[in-house]
Design a protein around this ligand. Sequence first.
Ligand code: ARG
Length: 588
Amino acid sequence: MQKIMEQLQEELCSAFEKAGYDKKYAKVTVSNRPDLCQYQCNGALAAAKEYHKAPIQMANEVVEQLAGSNTFLEITAQQPGFINMTVSHVFLADYINRMAASDTFGCEKVEKSETIVIDYGGANVAKPLHVGHLRSAIIGESIKRTARYMGYEVIGDVHLGDWGLQIGLIITELRHRQPDLVYFDAGYEGEYPEEAPFTMADLEEIYPYASGYSKEHEEYKEEAQTATAELQMGRRGYLALWQHIINVSVADLKAIYEQLNVSFDLWKKESDAQPYIPQMIQDMKDGGYAYIDEGALVVDVKEETDTKEIPPCMILKSNGATLYNTTDLATIVERRKLFHPKKIIYVVDKRQSLYFEQVFRCARKTKLIDEDVDLIFVGFGTMNGKDGKPFKTRDGGVLRLETLLSDVAAQVEKKMAERDMEDSVRKVTAQKIGLAAIKYGDLSNQASKDYIFDVDRFTSFEGNTGPYILYTIVRIKSLMNKVAANGISVGEETKVLPSKSKSQTEVMLALSKWSETIEAAFEEQAPHKICQYVYELSDAFNKFYHENKIVTNEDETVRASYISLSRLVGRVLETGIDLLGLEAPEQM
Ligand code: ARG
């Protein structure tokens, strides 16, 4: 479905041409002075140079061509040469009715469904989750849902970190504590026990301890590095321990992601790329890309145009161990083989941007992927506390996601203490709202920026917050219940009539921006644009709701039109929050 802006653009193109000017100047944008008009065209200002005329004169000539058009309620030329446009009520209502009749509210799905892999979540087994992982999960989930909505074949992969030093550290610490465990007997050839020799709670204690200890004891650290290398080379006992670590951690992670309403299609891990490494390295050597430097195998990735130093990409350490780089490159090989993606999108802390620059360059240079495949890095900023420093829990320790979620839910529950609902309902509702508060608080900022995690603001029922959006949806749901309770039936096909008030026009105008918003949010991997949209729509709707009688309207046709409009706003908002990964409760 053609967007309003495109329809206006067409009209302006022909008016520019009829007035004797090149249509390339007929560019229409959303007005930056919404108090004056809805859309604008500044083309006459740009065209003045070419035609050596006063812009206002040209703008006037163009406007004259459109005098008879039904599209506009008002179109005027303004000093020094702007063309200001406000669309007619009939035109806008027609657009809204076509939007209502479309499954995707007028958003054009892609014609050819290509595959996109989204690498997000990125938790590390056996290590505590940190806020970066929270952001990756929240942002990645929204990007995934948006891409899927656009019609792409999308594969979300959690890409767990399971192949690095953290495993070597745990193995080493276990060995110090329980040297007699069968896993450490190099000569053992039998089956290993099915039961892990530790629980999740044990791992949560062991890892931070071992990590801290290794920083102060060089020998211990070397032991852990050797254990990591031995694991990677296939030492049986270590592989068995690693498998236990994965089993225990993945069960825990699944529960956490489920609470976040984040779901992955694939639970792949860094180690899954292992089988692709030998051939990849061979190809890099045969192609003349990889060479030995001080015992390590590296590929140069710097380019002449670089303004800063881009170090070589290291493929193998001198002790033969693989690195984060190696698994990421081999994962590209694996994904290409298994899924033939057109795009791979990585949602990772922006502090890894140089790293990904190296990996992407290396992948291109060594021809691991076809030239037309996009490798996209979506780097996000840090979630800070109110003190402006990276967010910490109250006791300054690492973040337990469950604790964060339950703390925020408890805060919401307190606010809802006065509400007349059963305690169990209140609890579940507060959890939904709390989660929405956290996720929306994150998503409403441009991903690359740092932001301040402010629970009081995020959980507010007013302003640009998750709870405010949910509140609007709940309001519409209860409005619809009232419609049904009053025995009013307004069929799906009931048209929204041309606007009768400013507040109604604002709702319709806000609604009409759906398709361009979703497209931009997808193209730019920018969920904050969807937040902005649902916020503006909610705000416009709530004004309309306060200023107009809807269910009680005496005029039946007006009543039907308002109900139809409200229902559409509800449907669009629910779709919007679904793309953000939020859910609305039935009441709040
Ligand atoms: N596990 C990594 C970390 O905690 C994030 C993984 C990001 N994805 C990737 N393909 N490297 O930093």
